[in-house]
Design a protein around this ligand. Structure first.
Ligand SMILES: NC(=O)CCC(=O)C(=O)O
Length: 279
C-alpha cells in the first residue's frame, strides 16, 4: 500500500516555444512547493500549439532542448515528471511523444502516441494527425517506489483494450496527457476517464492544455483525476492551473476485493491476446 500526491499542470501553450517551456518549469516548481507533488504531469503538446501545421516546426529530437529542461527539473525537484508530450522528430519521421524522467533526472520511459487522432464530424471538427505524424508501436509503463504507472496520449484513451493491457501489467494509475476539443470534450473527456477507471479499477488522470479561444484548435481543458470507484476527485475549469490529489493504492485493493471483476473474467469465453502485453 502506498500514498502519494499527483499534480497535473494545465498549461496554456502559445506560439513561443521557449516561453511555453519556461512556464512549464515555473508550474512544475509550484506543483512541488504548493502541493508536495511526487509525480507531476504536463499536458499533450505542451511546448507547441496543438495542430498539424505546427508539429514539424516545433519538433525536436529526444534528447533535445525541451527534454533536457524536463530532466533538470525532475532532478532539481526530486520528482517523477511526465513531460506531457512534444512533437518529436526521429529519422525524418514525426511523432507525438511523451517522456518520463525519474527523480535523478534520467529518462526512464517514452511513449509515442499509438492511436493517431483522425476524426471527421461534419460541421464540427475534422482532424487528421496521420497526415503528418507516425504512430508509435509500444506501450509505456514505469515503476516508482509508490506504484507502476502507465502513460498513453489523448486519443489512446478511447481504446479500452490498451488501458486493460496496462491494468494487466500491474499499473495502479494511467496518465493521459490529452487535448480534447470543444465538440468531443464536453461529451466524452471525463466520461472516458471515468470509464477507464471503472473498467480497470485503478486511478486515471487526464491532463490537458488550458483553453485558448484564439488558438486554431481550442482545447476543452478540464484536466481531472479519477479514483478506482470512477469518482472525479478533482477537475479543473478551462483556465491555466494546477490540480492535485492523493493516489492511495489501498483503495485499488479494496475496490477489487469488493467488486472482484478481475477474478470473475470468463477467460474461457474471451481473452485479450496481445503480444505487447509483455511490457
Ligand atoms: N489530441 C487528441 O488526440 C484529441 C482527441 C479527441 O479530442 C477525441 O475526441 O478523441
Amino acid at each position: 500500500m502506498s500514498k502519494f500526491k499527483l499534480a497535473l499542470v494545465q498549461l496554456k501553450a502559445g506560439l513561443d516555444k521557449k516561453e511555453n517551456v519556461s512556464r512549464a518549469l515555473q508550474f512544475i516548481k509550484r506543483a512541488v512547493s504548493e502541493h508536495q507533488a511526487k509525480v507531476v504531469s504536463l499536458p499533450e503538446c505542451f511546448n507547441s500549439p496543438y495542430g498539424t501545421q505546427y508539429f514539424a516546426q516545433y519538433a525536436e529530437s529526444i534528447p533535445g532542448p525541451t527534454t533536457d529542461a524536463l530532466s533538470a527539473a525532475a532532478k532539481e525537484h526530486q520528482i517523477y515528471l511526465i513531460g506531457g508530450s512534444i512533437p518529436e522528430i526521429s529519422e525524418k519521421k514525426l511523432y507525438n511523444t511523451a517522456t518520463v524522467f525519474g527523480p535523478d533526472g534520467r529518462l526512464i520511459a517514452t511513449h509515442r502516441k499509438v492511436h493517431l487522432f483522425d476524426i471527421d464530424i461534419p460541421g464540427k471538427i475534422t482532424f487528421q494527425e496521420s497526415a503528418v505524424l507516425s504512430s508509435g508501436d509500444k506501450f509505456c509503463t514505469f515503476d516508482t517506489e509508490f506504484c507502476k504507472i502507465g502513460v498513453a496520449i489523448c486519443y489512446d484513451i478511447r481504446f479500452a483494450e490498451m488501458a486493460m493491457c496496462y491494468a494487466n501489467a500491474g499499473c495502479s494509475l494511467i496518465v493521459y496527457p490529452g487535448a480534447f476539443n470543444m465538440t468531443t470534450g464536453p461529451k466524452h473527456w471525463t466520461l472516458l476517464q471515468r470509464a477507464r477507471a471503472v473498467d480497470n479499477q485503478l486511478y486515471v488522470a487526464g491532463v490537458s492544455p488550458a483553453r485558448d479561444e484564439q488558438a486554431s484548435y481550442v482545447s476543452y481543458a478540464h484536466s481531472s483525476i479519477v479514483n478506482p470507484w470512477g469518482e472525479v476527485l478533482v477537475e479543473a475549469d478551462e483556465t491555466e492551473q494546477i490540480i492535485a490529489a492523493d493516489i492511495d493504492t489501498s483503495l485499488i485493493e479494496q475496490v477489487r476485493n469488493q467488486i472482484p471483476i478481475m477474478k470473475q473474467r470468463r477467460r474461457d469465453l474471451y481473452t485479450l491476446d496481445s503480444p505487447l502485453m509483455r511490457l
